[in-house]
Design a protein around this ligand. Sequence first.
Ligand SMILES: *Cc1c(COP(=O)(O)O)cnc(C)c1O
Length: 401
Amino acid sequence: MSKSNNPLNDPSKLSPATQLVHGGTERTPFGETSEALFLNSGYSYPSSEHAEKLFKGEVSGHNYSRFANPTLDMFQDRMALLEGAEAARSFATGMAAVTNAVMSQVRAGDHIVASRALFGGCRFVVEDFMPRWGVASTLVDGRDPENFARAMQPNTKVVFIETPTNPTLELVDIAAVAEIAHAHGAKLIVDNVFATSLYQKPLQLGADLVTYSATKHIDGQGRVLGGVVLGSKELITGDVHTFLRQTGATLSPFNAWLLLKGLETLPLRVKQMTESAARIADALADHPKIARVVYPHHKSHPQYDLAKRQMSAGSTLVALEVVGGREAAFKLSDSLAVILISNNLGDAKSLITHPGTTTHQRFTEEVRQESGIQPGLLRLSVGLEDSDDLIADLLYGLDQI
Ligand SMILES: *Cc1c(COP(=O)(O)O)cnc(C)c1O
């Protein structure tokens, strides 16, 4: 941006759509309009003395792309603007981001409390890996904040939640859980993939760290994997940066460049997908072959009031339970012409998945039941197709049951 006194030179004064086109951009002397792709691992220095100062932190600059790269800087700065966070670090995948956020905050002897309805990989990290390294974990039903309060122990250092949850779109009250975590001296980490940064602001509600799988809405076109962790300058440039720097689950600059381009169209895409998702929830809610539709901003959602308070829109995912269990769910999915069978989400293409036999198949039937994953449950990630086509596709599928 120009060097005039225009107050809009301050990117924090801009609306999200503008921030996502311009925010974080650092132009090289060539003046390229699009963001430059720095596909390099190392850097050369003008002198040995300069290298020494750089490593001592006495001069600023980049020294190795595992933790310092201008294309990554642009992506991180743009994400931080959107989130209203002081700082961000990017990661190779969403799971690398979550693992860093959690592990950078604990050591052997500590305890974690998490909501039990979590993305499969996140639940694995908390439930299986953490205890292997001496960090105990307790999983609770996240719908009632009291469950977190009851699970807190003197050594609880992290509370980890996801809201809305995968795949049943249950909600966790972020502000209430933040208060409980802080009263016990623990940090709250929120996985905000399903709501997106456009519709839910965990840091404003009291979270300490927010994580994203950038693979989902941020890329939004099924091309690359990526992850982001955001929070205060202290946490991000401290624990999170150190863990990233020394363990190395770094985002590729090429993927960062694609994700920067993804961010430019994020508000347009997510708004369109959200409008279609709300239309689909309305169109299917009273269908005789549908046992329940779950959509955060649909009046039938059991936590509708919280959804309205915490999320500014219902976002892009809809859960449907069809009458007739697994057989009916398979029949519906297998009859679709436009919507693809896939466990990914946040894509331009609409994707449907049967969690019970895919993402959640490793769990026992008992765990699935307590998580609301009935045999007839399908999760639909609504894409950019015309919503009339999507509704027609689903109604045709329902007719085949
Ligand atoms: C996809 C996803 C992840 C993991 O992200 P990857 O990029 O696949 O590693 C974590 N949490 C949620 C809620 C997700 O949807």
